[in-house]
Design a protein around this ligand. Structure first.
Ligand code: UDX
Length: 472
């Protein structure tokens, strides 16, 4: 196909693997490189490695054809017109991003370049990384006309990664070079012209032929900051509503009503205003810390970000106090836990507030009976089964004979449980919901004492007494 571009994607983690199969779905020819031979072999055999909708089908359709997997970065570099760097940028001890993987990849690309390449950063990286990559290339003897470095941040979410990639709100291309911008425009052309959405069998999402996503061209530094600023802003929105939820608890108001009322303002919008036990995952905690560190290094006061982090950490401690106040003492209590993943729809437990809470509860002397639809295998690797934690086969099994049941992840199946069956399984009908999945009235009707976040607690026995006294 004439519009097809040869692309190399370096790194086969969440962003790299999803980008690789999605570029193939858009009609390009892709080589996905990883230095982990085991991962490469598994991908060649069609194992998708991560729990992500549409990924198994796309992998099946394109693997060893339009998407090839290899450990050979030099060969992949030579073939490709554009090389996307999507390796990890873990958090270092000081909070800033560890860029050693990015540097190693840049050095290796430099050693293999024979013709002009666009090198696109897709990993989340701090401002100035682009310049560093350029310097690494030049130090390794590559002349300036042989390459351009572009910042092309990725905004996909876990659980909806494929649909997010193919239906982005925007595509950001940060570059000062027209030559690089032209290649990047060609790569995204199936999306920006709407052509992809008119194709039979295209993956569904928010974009369509008539409303394709915009491509925003910026400077490289602006693009780098857009990614960090966007994630930090979303984290801030969550911490803001969590702080409001604490206020609602103190004032006996309902945070869900408050969030609804705020979200109806078009300038605010309803999304990312769900209160809970705090944000987690592989991006928000790391990116807020990295952005804070960038600000510090540039001498800019951005204490707001520290407050976002403080509120987030506090949210878990507040929930722990709620469990304590519901049960009086914690030592020796048996607790059911629904949810271990950092959010519903994924098996990822990196920086999961649910896992943090389980650890805190175990430290307080509780024993846990946990269930998660997808994350139990990963959880068992860091919290092996033993007297302190057991893994259940379903939510009802997790509730068996427990002093209270805790909902810690917003899996949609946890919002549709048979409450009578749950209540019958538990020693005491007490539910502490860290994700506000239920209407408190429904809990009351089912004679369950219900604690949630930012809403008045419903003690069914006291409510019954109040109803009885009113009817007297
Ligand atoms: C996030 C960004 O959304 C995405 O653009 C970026 O590329 C990677 O980081 P992800 O980590 O997959 O994506 O999850 P997201 O759905 O954004 O949720 C992050 C955390 O915030 C989760 O722990 C979630 O439970 C929490 N959250 C989210 C809330 O507590 N309340 C909300 O209203 C929304």
């Amino acid at each position: 196909m004439s519009d097809s571009i040869h692309i190399a994607v370096v790194g086969s983690g969440y962003v790299g693997l999803v980008a690789a199969v999605c570029f193939a779905e858009m009609g390009h020819s892709v080589v996905c490189v990883d230095n982990d031979q085991k991962k490469v072999s598994a991908l060649q055999a069609g194992e998708s490695l991560i729990h992500e909708k549409y990924l198994p089908e796309l992998l099946q359709r394109y693997r060893n054809a339009r998407v090839r997997f290899t450990t050979d970065l030099s060969a992949a570099t030579r073939e490709a017109q554009a090389i996307f760097i999507a390796v990890g940028t873990p958090q270092s001890e000081t909070g800033d991003a560890d860029l050693s993987y990015v540097e190693a990849v840049a050095s290796e690309i430099a050693r293999s370049i024979t013709t002009y390449k666009v090198i696109a950063e897709k990993s989340t990286v701090p401002v100035y990384t682009n310049e560093w990559i350029r310097r690494v290339m030049e130090r390794n003897g590559v002349s300036r006309e042989m390459f351009d470095v572009v910042s092309n941040p990725e905004f996909l979410r876990e659980g909806t990664a494929v649909a997010d990639f193919l239906h982005p709100d925007r595509i950001v291309v940060g570059t000062d070079s027209d030559r690089a911008a032209e290649i990047m425009s060609k790569i995204y052309e199936p999306l920006t012209t709407g052509r992809y959405y008119a194709k039979a069998g295209a993956i569904d999402g928010s974009c369509n032929h008539d409303t394709p996503p915009p491509l925003l061209r910026t400077s490289t530094k602006s693009a780098e900051i857009i990614k960090h600023a966007s994630n930090a802003f979303l984290a801030l929105k969550i911490s803001f509503i969590n702080a409001v939820s604490n206020l609602c608890e103190a004032a006996d108001a309902d945070v869900e009503q408050v969030a609804q009322g705020m979200g109806l303002d078009n300038r605010i919008g309803p999304r990312f205003l769900r209160p809970g036990i705090g944000y987690g995952g592989s991006c928000f905690p790391k990116d807020v810390a990295a952005f804070r560190s960038v600000a510090e290094q540039l001498g800019v006061n951005f204490a707001l970000l520290t407050e976002v982090e403080n509120i987030n950490a506090d949210q878990k401690r507040r929930f722990l106090s709620k469990v304590r106040s519901a049960l009086w003492t914690l030592r020796g209590k048996k607790l059911g836990v629904l949810g271990l993943a950092f959010k519903g729809g994924t098996d990822d437990i990196r920086d999961s507030p649910a896992i943090d809470l389980v650890r805190m509860l175990i430290e307080e002397g509780c024993s846990i009976r946990a269930f998660d639809p997808a994350a139990m295998q990963r959880a068992q690797q860091i919290l092996p089964e033993g007297p302190e934690i057991q893994y259940a086969s379903d939510p009802y099994d997790a509730s068996n004979d427990v002093d209270a049941l805790l909902i810690l992840t917003d899996w949609s199946e946890f919002a549709r449980l048979d409450l009578q069956r749950l209540s019958a399984a538990m020693r005491f009908p007490i539910i502490l919901d860290g994700r506000n999945l239920y209407d408190p009235e429904l809990m009351l009707e089912n004679e369950i004492t219900y604690f949630s976040v930012g809403r008045p607690t419903r003690h069914h026995t006291e409510e019954l007494a109040a109803v009885a006294s009113r009817s007297r």
